[in-house]
Design a protein. Structure first.
Lengths: 257, 429
């Protein structure tokens, strides 16, 4: 479904991704782990189309089509979804207006008729229950005044609503207490489907206790240095990144020799 | 040697129309005499600093526009309305409320005694030195509307004043309104400035309100004059004890747009709420100057203005709050936020606070920014088109103020104009 070949990307002239290769098939769940600054979030942003990052070489295709050539909104309409690490607050645009505009943009793209307000509300209420958000939040500004956990649940709610082909979750577990982590994980597990791929970017392995990946990749200094199955995450948990010869802020002291 | 300052052309001091009671004709003459050799504002005139270059009056624009004309779009307005064409009331096109305690009269229909009383009160809400062009209106008006609400009178629906200018030839118009709101009375006055025709014209409008104790007045001012209309307008308000004045000014740019809004809180416990939205595009201009005088103690003022400037347009906001020595326990809040939609646009904002009392709460804030890139990315990453995302974010900037406009018909008109602006500003990609 998704094929990333020798992807290089820079931000403000500084190269962050230095040749990523990754194949993801429909139905698979991949986890990308790595220390801070390894390029995990950059990869997520580049796939979603953030033009703050410049792709300098390499290719990304989805369903055989060149993904990098498409504008962000076209990628989204083709089924790319990014759950943001730091969801943006947009006062003055209500969650309801935002999500309905989004859902209808997708429907329009598929040649379907727009959802009316009543239909949309019914769907939104149901899904908000699924991620344990009070439906009253729909009337508030997008993410406005939300706690960190509420923002992450809102991201998952949008994923459930938009039913993407490729869901990229950028540090969706960070800042969540155990109850919220459970809610978010249940949401992500509900997304698992044969025709959908999930790419999780995470620093910690605890999310992987709840969302069991098919493949785990370790990213360091802009390259995938090791790939394996679920057991790789457990090994990282036990031995840290230093075991792979990777410097990490948190393990730097032990690998300083 | 300094070059001689440019003076107001004497052509602008020739009033037309004599169908006014003698006291008003006398007042007009007196004001005209005071304006002989009035220096025109320049870059060095502090309250015209950013706008003087847009003011381009030519002698061709000096003569009053004909007082008969078509009453086009104005007729579509439902309910109570008074239609002005080129500064003159057109009774046939108007629909007056039929209430004993609300008197609505043309200046020309006033008795000598009534006109005498009015002549003494005209300009009383505006400081002639600060608002030079209000004096020009008084020197030139050919007609006007006096609205008097007797104590406890309540107008059950908004009264629309449609100021239409027919710019089929060059000329000028001087619409004038005076509203006297008696004790505990209530009115919502909607003023819409529109124009037809394509010639360069000058509109110089003045509306005054005097609010007696306990009155509640709402004024909506919608400035939608045409592309070749230079408009200098002023609104003056005086407020007595426990009165409330609410203003919603929505303005779309033009070759020159200037509005001075002056509110004097003269009675204890009076409050005013002033909202403003300005949208400019192309090479348009719009300048709002507001002044709130806290004269009496325990008064509240709340002011919120938003400017949006696209292309190479230029918006100006100057907000002055003056708290007099006796105005203890004043509570004044002023916020002005500005959105630049292009690198060629310009916005100048200046809060001016003068505080002479020691026990007051006074807050002000001004910001200028662009649409947030991260917010745009967030919206488009959900499949929302770039154009739609731009519109959502721009609308978000003024949503709150548009939503507060208390008359739905006006809100709809504003939204239609905003949609046109969005269509022209954000191209489909």
């Amino acid at each position: 479904m998704l094929s990333i070949k020798n992807l290089h990307a820079s931000v403000e002239g500084k190269e962050i991704l230095k040749g990523i290769n990754l194949e993801i098939k429909a139905g698979e769940v991949h986890a990308i782990m790595g220390p801070n600054g390894s390029g995990k979030s950059t990869l997520a942003q580049v796939l979603a189309g953030n033009d703050a990052f410049e792709v300098t070489s390499g290719s990304v295709t989805m369903h055989g089509e060149d993904l990098l050539e498409k504008a962000t909104e076209e990628r989204a309409r083709d089924g790319v979804f990014l759950a943001f690490q730091y969801p943006v607050e947009i006062p003055g645009v209500s969650n309801l207006q935002f999500m309905r505009t989004s859902v209808n943009a997708m429907r329009h793209h598929r040649g379907e008729s727009e959802m009316n307000a009543a239909e949309f509300m019914k769907m939104a209420r149901e899904i908000s229950k699924q991620v344990d958000l009070d439906p009253a939040f729909l009337k508030r500004g997008v993410n406005e005044g939300f706690s960190g956990g509420e923002k992450k649940r809102n991201e998952i709610m949008q994923a459930l609503m938009l039913q993407p082909k490729l869901a990229i979750l950028d540090e969706t577990d960070s800042g969540l207490d155990i109850d919220a982590l459970k809610v978010v994980s249940d949401g992500v597990n509900a997304l698992r489907a044969e025709d959908r791929a999930i790419l999780m970017v995470t620093h910690y392995q605890r999310l992987l206790d709840h969302i069991v990946p098919d493949f785990v990749h370790v990213l360091a200094e802009g390259k995938i240095v090791k790939s394996g199955g679920r057991e790789l995450a457990l090994e990282l948990e036990e031995r840290g990144y230093a075991w792979l010869g990777i410097k990490d802020d948190e393990t730097a002291a032990s690998s300083a020799n | 040697m300094k070059p001689a300052p440019s003076l107001l052309s004497s052509a602008f001091l020739q009033p037309a129309g004599q169908a006014l009671p003698a006291p008003l004709l006398a007042l007009r003459k007196q004001r005209g005499a005071a304006l002989v050799d009035m220096p025109m504002p320049t870059r060095k005139t502090e309250n015209w600093k950013y706008s003087s270059k847009y003011l381009k009056l030519t002698d061709e624009m000096a003569a009053s526009l004909p007082t008969t004309g078509k009453t086009g779009s104005a007729l579509a307005v439902p309910g109570y309305k008074v239609v002005f064409i080129n500064g003159v009331v057109i009774p046939e096109a108007s629909e007056y409320p039929d209430l004993d305690n609300i008197l609505i009269q043309r200046f020309g229909d006033l008795s000598e005694a009534e006109a005498n009383e009015l002549a003494e009160r005209l300009d009383s809400t505006l400081d002639a030195k600060a608002v030079q062009f209000a004096g020009l209106n008084t020197a030139r008006f050919e007609d006007g509307l006096l609205i008097r609400l007797k104590p406890d009178a309540v107008l059950d629906q908004p009264l629309f004043i449609i100021h239409e200018v027919t710019a089929d030839a060059s000329g000028s118009a001087f619409p004038r309104i005076f509203v006297e709101a008696g004790r505990n009375s209530q009115i919502t006055l909607v003023e819409e400035f529109i124009s037809s025709g394509q010639e360069a014209v000058f509109v110089n409008s003045v509306t005054e309100f005097t609010l007696a104790e306990g009155t509640n007045v709402t004024n909506i001012r919608l400035s939608m004059d045409g592309e070749k209309v230079q408009h200098i307008g002023a609104t003056g308000v005086t407020q007595q004890r426990s009165s409330r004045f609410e203003s919603h000014c929505v303005g779309f740019g033009g070759p020159l747009r200037r509005h001075d809004l002056r509110v004097r809180l003269e009675g204890k416990g009076a409050e005013c709420k002033l909202n403003g939205v300005v949208v400019t595009q192309g090479t348009q201009h719009y300048d709002n100057h507001t002044t709130i005088e806290h004269v009496a103690p325990n008064c509240d003022s709340e002011e919120t203005y938003r400017n949006i400037a696209a292309d190479k347009s230029h918006a100006v906001f100057n907000g002055r709050i003056h708290i007099h020595p006796d105005a203890q326990k004043s509570n004044a809040n002023m916020s002005n936020k500005n959105l630049l939609l292009s690198t060629g646009a310009e916005i100048d904002t200046k809060p001016e606070l003068e505080i002479y009392a020691d026990d007051v709460k006074c807050a002000h804030g001004a910001t200028i920014g662009q649409l947030d890139k991260e917010s745009l990315f967030y919206l488009v990453s959900r499949g929302i088109g770039l154009r739609e995302a731009n519109v959502l974010l721009t609308m978000a900037f003024i949503n709150e103020l548009v939503a507060q406009i208390p008359v739905d018909a006006v809100k709809d008109t504003v939204q239609i104009r905003l949609n046109q602006f969005f269509d022209q500003t954000f191209q489909e990609v």
